[in-house]
Ligand binder design. Sequence first.
Ligand code: FEO
Length: 171
Amino acid sequence: MLNKKIEKALNDQIKIEAESSQAYLAMASWAESNGFSGTSAFLYKHSDEERMHMLKLIKFVNDRGGQAIIPDLKAPGKEYKNLQNIFKLLLDHETHVTNEINSVVDVCLKEKDYTTHNFMQWYVAEQIEEETLARNILDKLKLVGNDNGALYLFDRDLSAMAAASGTEAGE
Ligand code: FEO
């Protein structure tokens, strides 16, 4: 059975994952309407993954005798300057999410809830991957600069990455 502090921390995290999914969906839509089909495929996929992160938490809370709350969400962005702007926002967002995950882990330790602590380790590992991925993409974009040919290749690379990530969302 979850104690109330843990339940609250997990419900807060449900909201963060839901907002991440919305944020990446908004970025995907912008990329798609601005001709970056590969980047949009990558971001749609990433949005789905965030939804899966949210669902995993919802199931865990309910399975452990708590009640998962489906939250109101703040509106995501609409306008982005360029792809570099998008991936900078994405990296900043993921860094924020990592801090929030660490706070949940901290509550688990304080409350001596080792089951939830164990469950949260999947998120800890996932955040390392997500931050690294966002950093690598941002590094590539810095190299690309304003070179349209390179931007075209970058977009194609992201399309391949989206296709290759296959069923990752369910892992
Ligand atoms: Fe679910 Fe990208 O954090």
